[in-house]
Design a protein around this ligand. Sequence first.
Ligand SMILES: Nc1ncnc2c1ncn2[C@@H]1O[C@H](COP(=O)(O)OP(=O)(O)OP(=O)(O)O)[C@@H](O)[C@H]1O
Ligand SMILES: [Mg+2]
Length: 254
Amino acid sequence: MTRILSVVSGKGGVGKTTLVSNLSASFVQVGKKVLVIDGNVTGSNLHIHLGIEAGDDLTTLNDVLEEKAFITQAIYRHPLGFSIIPASLSKLKFDEKEFDLKSHIFELLGDYDVILIDAAAGLGEEVQAAINSSDVSVIITNPDPASLVNALHTKKLLELKEKDIVGVVLNKVRGEKDEHDKNYVEEYVGLPVVCEIPYHHKIRRSVYKKKPIVESDPHLTPSRRMKTLAYKIVDEDVPKENLIEQLKIIIFNI
Ligand SMILES: Nc1ncnc2c1ncn2[C@@H]1O[C@H](COP(=O)(O)OP(=O)(O)OP(=O)(O)O)[C@@H](O)[C@H]1O
Ligand SMILES: [Mg+2]
């Protein structure tokens, strides 16, 4: 059965696209058939994280929503083994009547184990379309007050729509005094923190390298945390790290 998962946050820049691109690569490593959709149809950036060339001839989700193309025409194969539907780079506004993402995704049910949707920032039409199309959502936040307020609003919206929530991913954790810790976040948002991802300069760099960090630096803590989350989401046991991997982690403190 296909599982449709959206990554949402309310707030911009907290790490949705980073998480989506790393989960996509991780699900492939877990042996799943994966499709990732850029649900950010007025400000797409998934293709930047994943190195898709966005030429004029690219068929995008926007073309599908505008009924200029079939959804199958907008699916591209990524070298890491998943499929991707990019969104348009040039669209600034979108007519909400055109936002029937759910019925288009419906055509793909059964073709994939997991369909991941990278949602836009905010809680507007684009995000609502992503949520409406998914069975389950992950809320991602940073450990600062503004991100948490938006995470709480996102949770309320998901509850209003009676959608399942995997939990909260707490990203860009620096362990500093003036940031909220896991317990505070769980109490404030009212959901479990299912994954804590430290702030790491290599994540910023991975965007320039156009390669998810789970691929380029699989032993780093952020990579291992995102991979573990991927296993949790698809209800698979997390494999134990072998002795050499454990030693590398201890010696290099990664
Ligand atoms: N754990 C992390 N450590 C360091 N940098 C990070 C981390 N997570 C994300 N980033 C960086 O933060 C920036 C924003 O991340 P990203 O694009 O994934 O956010 P977003 O929520 O998708 O943003 P938007 O709302 O604009 O779509 C990127 O430069 C990314 O490399
Ligand atoms: Mg994004």
